[in-house]
Ligand binder design. Sequence first.
Ligand SMILES: [Zn+2]
Length: 176
Amino acid sequence: MSKLTQRKSMDYIKKDYVRTRTMPGSWYLNSYTYKFNITHAQPFLRKLKEKKLVGNECPSCNRIFFPPRQICGKCMIKPDRWADLRETARVATFTVTYLKDPETGEVKERPVVCIRQDGSDTTNIAELAPEIDFKDTYIGMPLKVHWVENPQGGLNDIEYYDVIEDKAKELKTKKV
Ligand SMILES: [Zn+2]
């Protein structure tokens, strides 16, 4: 048996602490404010308004992030370069959601896809064109960005992804 499975089979023993003192008190979570800094994404958002895609690149591991990241989680340093990306992408992985129409009660199956923009090394959750049946979705499916009419400079400027022709051919391998 490996160490990992051995550990799993053991029962969890909760450490028992001696309670020495208790104090009344409350913790107001709504008194906390949290500021989400997106200044690192400004060039990216400006480009979106022009219907152009860029990702930022880590100078150490050369990974390109789309959408851009403030810090590379592997190298713990700030990406410092911008790289132009194509409008095409591929389905990296997908799942299906079931949406119930509140009026008719009809349940609709919709694919939820994770895409990898061509030229980038990361994935992002996206929407597929509404006419796409989830049964036709597959990993590696080629896609192209479908822009909104008037881009505002945000990730919502990508309305959804259109499916484009798959030019991949099957390899002719020898049958054994
Ligand atoms: Zn890195």
